[in-house]
Structures are given as C-alpha cells and as structure tokens.
Write a protein that binds this ligand. Structure first.
Ligand SMILES: Cc1ncc(C[n+]2csc(CCOP(=O)(O)OP(=O)(O)O)c2C)c(N)n1
Ligand SMILES: CC(=O)[C@@H](O)[C@H](O)COP(=O)(O)O
Ligand SMILES: [Mg+2]
Length: 649
C-alpha cells in the first residue's frame, strides 16, 4: 500500500507516525527519479532534501507557516506533499507543473524563484510583514550552501541578524553548488569538526543548552568558543552567530532522529536562528551520487544506467563558443574567463582544462563577476564573462557603471539568449538586447549560426571596449565552419538576399528562418530581401535604411522581447532617417513572461519560425499586395526547423 498516495496535503502527513517516514521518503524518491528520467529536471538537488522536506511539513503548519525555497529547483518533494502528486508527471512540460515554486500554482508556494540567492531576503520580508500585520506564523527559508554565498543572501542575513525577529534559516549544505562549491565561505563551512565525539557532544550539548532561552544561547556560544580555542579551529556557526543568528548544527539531514527533535527545538527558539543541515546531492540514485554535476539539471535519461536518453546530434552553441574562446586564448595570454558558478553550463570547464589558472569561478555572484572583470580590464587584461542572459540581469548596474561608462574591454559571452525551454519564465533570455542596447559604448552582437559565432568572439576580443555575443541554448545548425575565427567589421550587417517588396531584418538564430520565409514568399512572387543585422548595436543604419527605402514593408525578427529590443532599434533608425511610406512589423517576444515548453513549440507559438514569419508578412501585406501571395500549406522545407529539441546539455 502506497503511503504517498494517502497524502493529499501536509495534514495527512501529520497523521503518519514518524516510523513510516523512511518508507515515504523511498516512495518520494521513486516518484521523482521516475518522472525526471522521462522529462528531465533538477534531480540531484531534489533527492538530497527529501527527508528535510518531510520533516518541515510534519512540524510546520503550512500553508499558514511559510516555507521559502531559495532558487526553488529543489522543491519536487514539497510539490508531491502539497497536493500536486497527480500532476507531477507534467513537471516542466508545456502547460504542466513548473520545475520551480510558483505562487500561481499552489498556496504552499510562498514565493516564485529560479534565480539563486533571493530566498532569505524574500523570507525576511515575510517576517516583517507578519510583525507589521500582528500575525503569529513561522517563516522558514531553505537556502543551499551555493546560494548562501550569493551577495543577496549575505545582505539579507546582515539585515535580519540586526533586527532580532523570529526567523529560521535552514542552510542545506551539500558542499555543492552545481559544481563543487568554491570560495572562502564554502571552505569556512567545511571546517566542521570531523571527530565523531566532538560532533556528538556539540549536538547534544547544543540541544540541551538551547532549551534554556537567552542564557542557553549565550552559554552555547561560549561553549563553542571554548571548543574552538581548544581545537584551534573555527566553527561554521561563529560566522552566523556574529551576524546575530543563533546557530544550531551541523546535523545529518537524512536522519529523522536528528532532524525531527532539532527542527522542533529550533522552531521554538526566539529571534533569528540558522540551522545547518548536511545533506548529500543525489541520495538514493547512485548515478546521481556519482555525478551530481550532470544530474543537477539533466535531460531525460535511462533509469537503469543513468545515461542520457538521447545523444545530441551536433555540438551546442555553448561548446562552439568556448572552443573558439580556447583557440583565441592560446594566442593571447591576456584572455581570462569568469563564471558565476556555471562552469559546466557555460562550457567554461573546457577552458579550465586548458587554462586552469586563467579561469575564475566566483560562485553565485554575478554582480561581483562583472565588476571583477572590469578591474581586470582596467589593468590591461581581456576578461570574458560567460553568463546566461537571465543571470546577467542581476549585474545590470555593474555592466553600466563599472564596464560601459569606462569603456572597458570586457567580453560578455551571453549564453541561453532567447527561449530556453523547460526552465520557463525565470530563465528565458528575453531581455538582454533591450537591457544592453541602450548603454553607450556597448557593442551587442548575435550570430545567425555557429560559424558566425566564432567570428563574433574574435570581433569582441579585438574590440577596445565592452562587447557582447549572445547565443541560444541547444545544438548548433551544423553549418560548415571556417578554419579560424576572424573579426567582422563592427556595425556591419549582411544582405543575405535582395528584394524590392519586403525587407526582413533579422538578428540571431531566427535569421535562417527569415531566409526560408523569404524563399517561400519569393516563390509566390513577393520579392523579399533578408538582412542579417549581426549587430543590435551599432546597427548598420546604411544597409537597413537604404534597403527600407527600396521596399514597401519592413519586418524585424528577434528572439527577445519586442519592447526596447532589436526591432525597436530598427524603427528608431528608420525614424531618424526620415523613412516614410513603409509598413513595419516587429516580431519577437510579447509583453508578458514567457511560459515553459520546448523551444520549437514556443518559437512556433510566438511566430518565430519560418512559417510564423511568413504568416506575419502575409498578414502585413494583406491579400491584395504582392499579386502571387497564395493561401495554403507551407512546403516541407519550410516547416523543417534547424533547431531541433535536442539539447546539448
Ligand atoms: C543568480 C543565479 N545564478 C546562477 C544560477 C544557476 N544555479 C542554479 S542552482 C545553482 C546551484 C545552487 O547551489 P545550492 O544553493 O547549494 O543548491 P543545491 O542545488 O546544492 O541544493 C546555480 C549556480 C541561478 N539559478 N541563479
Ligand atoms: C536552477 C538553475 O538556474 C539551473 O540549474 C538551470 O536550470 C540550468 O539550466 P541549463 O540546463 O540550461 O544549464
Ligand atoms: Mg548546495
């Protein structure tokens, strides 16, 4: 008899005797492994917090009590215990459950996330709201050891620790970010007692002492200091205690005999408390224990072996970008690379392999990453910041204030530009063209294919100022590659085909879709030009304006938000040049947050496929314009999408 099936909400969990929890956890693991093996997802982090999730929902009164999951990629067991078991198979699918917490999805999801390091701030906002509103519930934030090093988390601890309100932060320490956690705080956390005697003694003494309010806490702190002196070591708790948090732990996050009494105890404590829980990523699925990095955010896999269900047909854009970077770095020792805890995702592990001393993983610290790069550039280095478009949002001011205003030669390799698929709203790279193109000095490029990508990297590294190259998630097109990267003329687009009725001005991955749409239109007698803009900034005014003057319709295409993006830039150029008498249309992402779903499906939905572009142009010119435009299905070649759903990850 399944225990999980009897749990419709945490109220059912509370009726279970704790002796059944290990069996329940086993079922939760089975369910999570089964679904993630078929749809992909954040397996390793989720398998590591199952016991903690059960213990929290058992002891708290959710949804009145609030649990905030930092990043929230580890909330699958939480979803399964809070009434979403039957929809769980739809995880990360179009129209299905989100892979992250979503307030729209459940009352138990108290705060939306996807980016790391927001949890403690949000939860502390809830603490203060509770105080302002005279409410009584508990607020608990679960934050990983990786996210603990994010600037926002430290800012939030600094704030909360000074105000002494009841607040529990649970540090879920699995010693891993996506890769091995890095930096001084991570080393500090790892300096725990290793001797069993001391560990046990500290836990038991700590639990006993902490039952005595106030006096107990001070004695506990004193006892810790005495221990520290005796052993010449620094305890992980002291950092938090100095910040105003009472520290408990570290405890074994997979052992209910530790978890339940300690959690119960810390939930009774007054003021800000930090409970340090040690867990193991991937626990319960050996391939994930062995390779937690691959299983952090994995595509579908074969359950028995843990091997990927599908092999990528071609290298990803990410791989091509970093291969090109490696080639360029061989010729220029000033080139160094920076990642904010995304060494694998950005492909920089390949760079690290060849240049271990020229790779900086700064942890989840995008803002620092960018200003750090600016510092390097100010002293004559050629830093490359490789970052997902969505995460660079966090460092907007650093790009403006520290890089662009000083015109420093920092290259931004902006990965995951455009639609990213299953991670959805929080992760689509929708805004980067818009948030970069208005910065004076900034060069903004997006290649139409992987060959152009290598040339853009070279262009960027040769340019004596800030420049970005933006490319999508997923496999490349398989176009022939030139033997070596070569710099492109800055601000020059290319006319891929000429025409005198319609001009499609596209940038990035939709360019080849635009060409296919144009071919179809031309077959039907609508003479259609296609410009590959290459540069969102500086825009090739001459080419765009002169072409626009020859046609009746100008259509722009980009995989980014329409508002303030590339299309807006083209319209500004036409306006500045006084071009009148052309009808225009901007194709791109609308003014709402884009949902999760396969890239192809989303591209179709937002009209960014060849068929979508063709359809929009037909609509624009109307049935009367271009005599030979006919209704009808598109040819097979038109519907073939160069971007399959194969992911290079
Ligand atoms: C601002 C930001 N940068 C990078 C990421 C990518 N990312 C997602 S989870 C993760 C690691 C988080 O590590 P940790 O907080 O320890 O959680 P764990 O997965 O180990 O439970 C990273 C770097 C992100 N989501 N947000
Ligand atoms: C939660 C998070 O931010 C990352 O784990 C992200 O989901 C990884 O995305 P990719 O699979 O595109 O590397
Ligand atoms: Mg971790």
């Amino acid at each position: 008899m399944s225990i999980l099936k009897t749990i419709q909400s945490p109220a059912d969990l509370k009726r279970l005797p704790p002796s059944k929890f290990p069996a329940l956890c086993q079922e939760l693991r089975e369910q999570i492994i089964g679904v993630v093996s078929s749809v992909g997802g954040h397996l390793a982090s989720n398998l590591g917090v199952i016991e903690l999730t059960v213990a929290m929902h058992y002891l708290l009164d959710t949804p009145d009590d609030k649990i905030v999951w930092d990043t929230s990629n580890q909330a699958y067991a939480h979803k399964l215990l809070t009434g979403r078991r039957e929809q769980f198979h739809t995880l990360r699918q179009y129209g299905g459950l989100s892979g992250f917490c979503k307030r729209e999805e459940s009352l138990y999801d108290t705060f939306n996330a996807g980016h790391a390091g927001t949890g403690v701030s949000a939860a502390y906002g809830m603490v203060e709201a509770r105080e302002q509103l005279g409410q009584k519930h508990k607020v608990v934030c679960v934050v990983g050891d990786g996210a603990m090093t994010a600037g926002m988390t430290l800012e939030a601890l600094h704030h909360a620790g000074g105000l002494n309100k009841d607040f529990l932060v649970i540090l879920n320490d699995n010693q891993m970010s996506i890769s091995k956690n890095v930096g001084a705080i991570s080393s500090y956390l790892n300096r725990t007692f290793t001797g069993e005697f001391y560990t046990k003694m500290r836990e038991e003494t700590g639990q006993l002492l902490s039952k005595i309010p106030h006096i107990g806490q001070d004695m506990q702190k004193l006892a810790r200091r005495a221990e520290e002196l005796a052993r010449g070591a620094i305890l992980p708790g002291l950092l938090f205690e100095e910040l105003g948090f009472r520290y408990a732990g570290p405890i074994d996050g997979h052992n209910f005999e530790h978890l339940l009494p300690t959690l119960e105890n810390v939930l009774r404590m007054k003021g800000p408390v930090l409970l340090h829980v040690i867990t193991k990523k991937g626990l319960g699925y050996e391939p994930a224990v062995q390779n937690p990095i691959w299983f952090h955010a994995c595509p579908p896999f074969v359950r028995e072996s843990g091997a990927p269900a599908k092999k990528a047909a071609r290298p990803s854009y990410t791989q091509i970008a970093i291969d090109s970077l490696v080639k360029l770095a061989r010729q220029d020792s000033r080139i160094v690379a920076i990642t904010a805890a995304m060494c694998e995702g950005t492909g920089l592990n390949a760079f690290e392999k060849e240049f271990p001393d020229r790779l900086y993983d700064v942890g989840i610290a995008e803002q620092h990453a960018v200003t750090f790069a600016a510092g390097l550039a100010a002293q004559g280095m050629r830093p490359v910041v490789a970052m997902y478009a969505t995460f660079l949002q966090r460092a907007y001011d650093q790009v403006v204030h520290d890089v662009a205003t000083q015109n420093l030669p920092v290259t931004f390799c902006i990965d995951r530009g455009g639609l990213v698929a299953e991670d959805g709203t929080t992760h689509h790279g929708a805004f980067d063209f818009a948030y970069l193109r208005h910065m004076p000095n900034m060069v903004v490029m997006a290649p139409k294919d992987e060959n152009e990508l290598q040339h853009m990297l070279k262009t960027s590294l040769q340019y004596d100022g800030p420049a970005s190259v933006r490319y999508p998630r997923g496999v490349s097109l398989g176009v022939p590659m030139d033997p070596a990267p070569a710099a492109l003329p800055i601000g020059k687009g290319e006319l891929l085909r000429d025409g005198d009725e319609v001009a499609i001005v596209a940038v990035g991955v939709p360019v080849w879709q635009a060409v296919k749409a144009a071919e179809r239109l031309a077959e039907e007698g609508v003479s259609t030009a296609v410009i590959n803009a290459r540069f969102v900034k500086p825009l090739d005014h001459d080419l765009i304006v002169s072409t626009a003057k020859r046609v009746r319709y100008v259509v722009t295409v980009e995989e980014g938000c329409k508002m303030g993006g590339f299309g807006s830039a083209v319209l500004e150029a036409l306006s500045e040049a006084g071009v009148t008498g052309v009808k225009t249309k901007v194709l791109g992402l609308p003014d709402w947050y884009i949902e999760q779903g396969p890239q192809d499906l989303l591209r179709e939905r937002y009209g960014l496929t060849a068929e979508g572009i063709y359809g929009s142009i037909k609509e624009l010119i109307g049935s009367g314009a271009g005599q030979a435009v006919k209704e009808g299905a598109l040819s097979a070649s038109l519907t073939h999408l160069p971007h399959g759903d194969e992911q290079g990850s």
